[in-house]
Design a protein around this ligand. Sequence first.
Ligand code: ZN
Ligand code: ZN
Ligand code: ZN
Ligand code: ZN
Length: 213
Amino acid sequence: MERQPCRNKPAGAARDSRSRSRSRSPYEPDYNRGENRGENRGENRGGGNAGNAPPKRDSSPVPIDLDRQCNFCNKEVESKALMEAHVRQRHLEMAFICRLCETGNIHYEPDLPSIKDHLREDHGKDDLDNEDVKDYTRYPRSLMCIKCNLCGLLCHGQKEEDLELHFKVFHEEAHFSTQHLDFLCRICMISGQNDSLNELKDHLYNSHPDEVK
Ligand SMILES: [Zn+2]
Ligand SMILES: [Zn+2]
Ligand SMILES: [Zn+2]
Ligand SMILES: [Zn+2]
């Protein structure tokens, strides 16, 4: 049912390797999960879910299913299928929007490389230059992305504090530190470029002066 004409996996997202089912989580965002975590929530938990390693409990951190972590607010969304609706409802101003699709269903992507792919593949724009991309795309309010290096979660337009919460929930054993974070420019989406938010800001001002208003 989720119709997305193109794959929008951000570069380097370590998604596939981590989709083990999670049996419990201390993090109960918006949803009224109440006490009945685990068992009687009918979803395809445990059942159809790829035969990965059995859920570990004691020694290991809370397993994280990146497909269900919103990249814009870090909340856990019920299912991967519901993620698109969630993003459409809440986060379109933080996504890259295709202007060429805007008559129908709004098409969004999390980063510039992805929207370029979309322009190429779905609109036949083969030799894009930067000006074209700007014409065809509505840019998000923030061009900054913070990535958790421990699990690969990408957090678009979020703050370090948001990641701190993520650490409390999923990486309790690790001390929160910016050393575990990567600061990505959403235009370049290259890992390992910036060690701090300030470096990322410098990068944006120096490399993309026209995009930073
Ligand atoms: Zn969200
Ligand atoms: Zn489009
Ligand atoms: Zn993480
Ligand atoms: Zn950049």
